[in-house]
Design a protein around this ligand. Structure first.
Ligand SMILES: Cc1cc2nc3c(=O)[nH]c(=O)nc-3n(C[C@H](O)[C@H](O)[C@H](O)COP(=O)(O)OP(=O)(O)OC[C@H]3O[C@@H](n4cnc5c(N)ncnc54)[C@H](O)[C@@H]3O)c2cc1C
Length: 386
């Protein structure tokens, strides 16, 4: 028998939702483009917030398992300028532990029966039959139908989204170039003594060098730069050529005038990859509810990274699952309408927060603007404390 609900995408949003439906006894199936659970080991570290991501994990009965992988000591954030001087630190004791994306995915995957996930299913789009039922069309020519509800949790480039809105992600003007320094690097021991736990953000001249410790002790390095959308695709840089990539980013066009210590992070980095950063127009995160179809997570409201993306996606899963439980699969339109009402507000706010944070991070004067913002937030929290 066809399950009531099809979830497209086995990311944090789709899998959290699947687990919550599993707990509530609602039948579902997940379609994921990756060939198997081992075929995508990509992704850095995510901080999971108390009121959203952690709450979803608690409701899903997975919080104890999460705590085995959660790194509370990596919640610390240090800010430095482009001369490498540490000018601010916060986050010690903050209830926002880090977890590797791969570890989070594994916890969620282990909590769902294996036959509920159809690997190697790359969705091409959705169509409708003459009765208005949605049909999933896959790239390999296969199709699936008969669902009461299709949920697009298929990330920024969602193939479900065109069936609910014409809006598309917009390029922010910024890229992160990701790389890493592994424990077998000759620079690793220096890295540990100089950087240690948590995240170090070095800001200046509207650029960033960010380091983030991972669960296996390695470090991800993110170079935040303002470049055209086709910077990598157009051939300005060939990221598979490590030496020429390092030379380009060490040149005066990028980080040539930064402190030598910080340039070492580029000199010893390898495995370069690019993340062009996209966001939805917050005004577009609102549409007339389409019977039998909705979006969740980045598919609905991709934002430039602000530490909230995965949390907002897991909150979507929590709200949607609770509405589906409350109204049952017999009153799906109401469940979806109430979920979307809540999601539209949170999603648009998340995108605006991302834009605000990006402007502070990429400020031409370096970390001062971001420090003032953090100080204001901390002062306001202290004033509200009992
Ligand atoms: C560089 C970078 C750093 C980030 N750092 C943080 C951070 O520190 N904290 C934070 O909260 N957020 C962070 N984010 C944002 C966060 O990664 C996302 O908000 C979050 O992963 C969204 O989850 P999701 O499940 O909605 O989408 P995704 O994680 O994108 O998952 C979508 C899933 O759908 C699958 N899929 C995609 N297309 C199809 C298709 N056509 N057919 C079938 N399956 C498909 C994908 O393979 C994937 O498994 C960062 C993002 C970037 C780019």
């Amino acid at each position: 028998m066809t399950p009531s609900i099809a979830i497209i995408g086995a990311g944090p949003c789709g899998l959290t939702l699947a687990r919550l439906l599993e707990c509530n006894g609602i039948d579902y199936v997940v379609y994921e483009r990756d060939e198997s659970e081992d075929s995508n080991r990509r992704g850095g570290s995510l901080d999971i917030h108390a009121e959203t991501g952690q709450r979803a994990l608690k409701e899903a009965g997975l919080f104890e398992e999460f705590k085995k992988h959660a790194r509370y000591d990596d919640a610390v954030l240090t800010l430095a300028n482009q001369q490498g001087e540490r000018v601010f630190q916060a986050g010690q004791g903050r209830d926002a532990p880090e977890i590797d994306r791969v570890a989070l995915r594994q916890i969620l995957l282990d909590s769902i029966p294996k036959d509920k996930i159809r690997w190697g299913h790359l969705l091409k789009g959705t169509t409708q039959d003459e009765d208005g039922h949605h049909i999933l069309q896959f790239m390999d020519g296969a199709s699936a139908s008969g669902f009461k509800l299709v949920i697009g949790a298929d990330g920024a480039w969602s193939k479900v989204r065109p069936s609910v809105t014409e809006a598309k992600p917009l390029y922010s003007g910024n890229h992160y170039i990701e790389s890493r320094i592994s424990p077998n690097s000759p620079y690793y021991s220096t890295m540990v003594s100089k950087v240690g736990a948590g995240t170090l953000m070095c800001l200046g001249s509207s650029k960033e060098i960010v380091t983030q410790r991972q669960g296996d002790g390695s470090y991800r390095i993110y170079l935040g730069i303002t470049v055209p959308e086709d910077f990598v695709r157009g051939g300005t840089v060939n990221l598979t050529d490590t030496e020429s990539t390092r030379r380009l980013f060490l040149s005066s066009a990028f980080f040539g005038d930064w402190a030598d210590d910080l340039k070492d992070l580029i000199r010893y980095s390898d495995d370069f990859r690019s993340w062009p950063l996209y966001y939805m127009d917050p005004e577009a995160v609102s549409w007339k509810t389409v019977p039998g179809l909705t979006l969740a997570g980045d598919a609905a409201h991709v934002a430039v990274p602000n530490g909230e993306g995965v949390n907002c996606a897991m909150a979507d899963a929590l709200v949607l699952a609770s509405k589906l439980e409350a109204y049952g699969t017999e009153n799906l339109d109401r469940a979806v309408a109430e979920y979307e009402d809540d999601m539209f507000r949170r999603g648009a706010e998340h995108i605006r927060d991302g834009q605000k944070m990006a402007a502070l991070i990429r400020h031409e004067d370096g970390p001062a603007a971001l420090i003032s913002f953090f100080n204001e937030v901390m002062a306001s929290a202290a004033a509200q404390a009992p």
